[in-house]
Design a protein around this ligand. Structure first.
Ligand SMILES: C[S@@+](CC[C@H](N)C(=O)[O-])C[C@H]1O[C@@H](n2cnc3c(N)ncnc32)[C@H](O)[C@@H]1O
Length: 314
């Protein structure tokens, strides 16, 4: 097994000065006149949709404290606090630029902010929160990149990292490293264990998945295959990896969490009207709007969420 570590920490700490390069599903639904809103059955923002979905699954009246990790522009938290003003909220983010943006977006709410890499925050420091949200950011966490034959990389085969790999492999019975070409979402794995060890009652995670499958009714419109192994996505100034959610789900199972998993389309239901169908059928879209709709609908099925509910909570 030969790995080097892909980290986005430097990029987020020092280079990131816009999220425009990386249009998240949350941000694509932000403008009131976004064509993405029109492609949904109900033209609400991402946070409004997600809050209403979570309300059906977890008892929101029992949630008093909420932590969002990697909250980008702060739109999701703004919607949650508008819908449930009695929540006590905190944002942790590695990016000074985005933390400043979050402070601007959330200026009218009473929110705590912390500039930190979540991987350096202890389980104990997280243990007071009832609900933790990590939306569209697990792919930013460190990944062990399998590269057969790669030479002269100082991170290769870092003994501490290999020891962690061995630990996760044995503790959660995960086949890590058996396929020597498979990249490993080591940061996402660390975080799921950390949040479960902290005893968080409810955890919501989401990201681009390497295991997502288009439902039968969408197969005529969507052309994506899931490799089942984390795939590299090259973005401005950094690289991310899609997430192997089945491994995260297994860790949660072992740690006595119930899980619910699905695609974004579960809580962002698509309005498959003629306009959307036309955009999806075009190999080369005629307009920017058609291109935006095509990408958005693709993301609705390629992004997965995973909700963890602590064993004794429901
Ligand atoms: C792709 S953006 C997603 C933003 C937002 N959640 C959304 O859905 O629009 C990734 C976010 O995670 C943050 N982030 C990345 N790595 C992090 C880390 N190690 N610790 C804390 N935050 C991190 C970034 O600064 C950014 O806010």
């Amino acid at each position: 097994m030969k790995y080097f570590i892909n980290s986005t920490a430097d990029y987020h700490q020092h280079d990131l000065n816009s999220l425009g390069w990386e249009l998240t599903v949350c941000n694509s639904l932000e403008p009131l006149d976004s064509p993405c809103r029109q492609a949904l059955l109900s033209p609400c923002s991402f946070g409004q949709h997600l809050y209403n979905f979570l309300k059906e699954i977890i008892p929101v009246d029992r949630i008093h404290t909420l932590l969002e990790i990697g909250g980008g522009m702060g739109y999701l938290m703004r919607d949650f606090l508008a819908l449930n003003p009695r929540l006590r909220a905190k944002m942790i983010d590695i990016s000074p630029y985005l933390l400043t943006k979050q402070k601007e977006t959330l200026h009218s709410f009473d929110v705590d902010f912390e500039l930190a890499d979540i991987l350096t925050v202890s389980s104990k420091a997280l243990s007071g929160f009832d609900l933790v949200i990590m939306n569209e950011n697990l792919g930013d966490m460190p990944t062990l990149v399998a590269e057969q034959g790669r030479k002269n990389n100082s991170d290769q085969n870092n003994p501490a990292v290999l020891e962690r790999l061995e630990y996760f492999k044995n503790k959660y019975n995960l086949p890590l490293g058996l396929n020597e070409n498979e990249h490993i979402n080591i940061g996402a794995i660390e975080i799921v264990e950390k949040l479960c060890f902290a005893g968080i009652k409810y955890i919501y995670l989401s990201e681009h998945s390497c295991e997502a499958v288009a439902p039968e009714e969408m197969k005529p419109y969507l052309l994506f295959q899931s490799s089942g192994s984390p795939e590299m996505i090259s973005l401005k100034g950094h690289k991310e990896f899609t997430i192997k959610f089945s491994y995260l789900q297994k860790i949660a199972d072992v740690l006595n969490y119930q899980t619910r998993r699905g695609s974004f389309a579960d809580f962002l239901p698509l309005n498959l009207n003629d306009k959307v169908k036309t955009a999806l059928r075009l190999i080369t879209p005629f307009s920017d709007e058609q291109e935006i709709i095509k990408q958005f609908v693709h993301d609705l099925y390629k992004y997965e969420y995973l909700i963890l509910i602590k064993g004794d909570e429901k």
